[in-house]
Design a protein around this ligand. Structure first.
Ligand SMILES: [Zn+2]
Length: 468
């Protein structure tokens, strides 16, 4: 007998539907992990029923760029530039993590994502300090039950105890992880690769990382168009290395021609508006990517700085893109008559856009029949949601992340009636508080020895900021 869940009485927030001023609730049938129907009055006598109570139903949101391991050091980067971040985290906090710390961070970070209706993550995991760190990172995501791609980072963290003698050593370890991935990771996770930043390594090393990834048909994610690699896309294109298997991140310093090359290559782009604007990376390129014919996707980026929900990132990206467009008109001495981007565009980028960027287009990021049943219900009983208007507009600009009351991943309920299923929140809080303290203590100790100041990344920062 098929495994069925009937979600009753919900307003679908579907970017394909025209704006509705008086929306009518409908039903969603989930069968064997997929969306079987979205229509009125579904009869499914054997189905488990979830009473939607006029919640907004949206496809699980997709975060195409997050360093989930930083969930264990929340708040530290609140007033930092990107240069601060590199100095303090990439060559500082990163050196202090134990495998237990990255496990807890990945578990809690992925759970937080699910808690707010984000059902898929691209985890850029550049904290592979030892084989045990990799194992723990994968286990954390697996135990949380999130969908996603675990991207093995090759970055040479300047940890005190070095587990890898050389880059070749790392490649050998990555090979082991890739080989055993299907047996160790949960069924919702794929193996991917996070390239070492250009500028830290030469093109020969990048080529070895790329060859490894392509041998495994792994998603390749990389930071580009930021300091250290302002024209990384052009460089890759010149060397014939761009491809549809690439998920680029940021690209703020890239020229329009580079964005066109990215789009022509079939690769995706993750825009992380909040960190890009705070940390001095430049304006988010949402408008420019659309001009180039691309489909944006969004990411939270660093959990050491900001919350893990995607509503905030969609809002920031949308309003920033509108502001940039509007300013072009204002610069002509007139005021805009209309604005361009819509809430539907932003929702599409935060769902379908992420899915396509992660090579999961059609399978997730949509409420269409046949898609995997990754669905979030946002309650509409709060004062912020009265009276009920167009579901997409209400979700994007009126709702709160905490309104996510029920969340399904692959047809499995991970949050129900406002509570995460099977999660010991009090216990997790204790463990995370302890982990944060341990990491901070270890960082303070290593500060005395000035560890990391001679690291290649620290030198790149000095050059980029003109402080060398
Ligand atoms: Zn990043």
């Amino acid at each position: 007998m098929p495994n069925e869940i009937l979600i009753r009485n919900v307003y679908p927030a579907d970017p394909d539907l025209a704006p509705q001023t008086r929306p009518r609730p409908t039903d969603i049938l989930v069968r064997d992990g997929r969306i079987a129907a979205v229509e009125d009055g579904i009869q499914a006598p054997d189905a488990e029923v979830i009473e939607g109570d006029r919640a907004i139903a949206v496809a699980g949101m997709v975060d195409s760029h997050r360093h989930v391991w930083q969930t264990a050091i929340r708040g530290v980067a609140a007033d930092w530039s990107l240069a601060d971040y590199v100095r303090e985290i990439r060559v500082g906090y990163a050196t202090a993590y134990t495998p237990e710390h990255i496990y807890l961070a990945n578990l809690a970070g992925a759970l937080e994502a699910l808690d707010t209706g984000v059902t898929t993550l691209c985890d850029f995991s550049h904290l592979m300090n030892s084989p045990a760190h990799a194992e723990a990172a994968i286990q954390g995501l697996t135990d949380a039950g999130i969908r996603g791609v675990f991207c093995y980072g090759f970055y040479d963290v300047p940890a005190r105890e070095r587990a890898f003698a050389s880059h070749d050593d790392r490649l050998r370890h990555a090979e082991e992880v890739a080989q055993s991935f299907r047996a160790t990771a949960g069924p919702l996770l794929d193996f991917g690769v996070a390239l070492t930043e250009f500028g830290l390594v030469g093109p020969d090393v990048t080529d070895r990382e790329l060859a490894f990834a392509r041998r495994h048909d792994a998603l390749i994610t990389l930071h580009v168009g930021t300091f250290g690699s302002p024209h990384g896309i052009a460089d890759l294109d010149r060397r014939g290395r761009l491809g549809p298997d690439m998920l680029h991140v940021h690209a703020n310093m890239c020229g329009d021609d580079e964005l066109e090359r990215l789009v022509a290559s079939g690769g995706g782009l993750s825009i992380t508006p909040e960190t890009e604007m705070q940390m001095g990376m430049g304006w988010p390129v949402t408008n420019r990517l659309i001009e180039a014919g691309g489909l944006p996707s969004f990411g939270v980026d660093i959990a050491s700085n900001i919350g893990g929900d995607m509503l905030t990132q969609m809002r920031l990206a949308l309003q920033t893109a509108r502001a940039i467009d509007n300013q072009k008109v204002l610069d002509q001495g007139i005021v805009p008559d209309r604005i361009g981007l819509t809430v539907r565009d932003a929702l599409r980028f935060g769902t379908e856009g992420g899915a396509r960027a992660m090579r999961m287009g059609g399978e997730i990021g949509t409420l269409r029949k046949g898609a995997r049943a990754d669905i979030a219900l946002f309650a509409t009983g709060g004062l912020n949601m009265m009276p009920m208007g167009d579901p997409v507009a209400m979700l994007l600009l009126e709702s709160r992340p905490g309104d996510a009351v029920t969340v399904l991943v692959d047809g499995r309920v991970v949050k129900r009636d406002g509570r995460m299923v099977g999660v010991d929140l009090a216990g997790l809080r204790e463990k995370l508080d302890r982990a944060f303290g341990e990491i901070a203590d270890r960082v303070a100790e290593s500060r005395d020895t000035a560890a990391g100041s001679s690291n290649a990344y620290a030198r790149v920062v000095k050059r980029a900021t003109g402080t060398d």
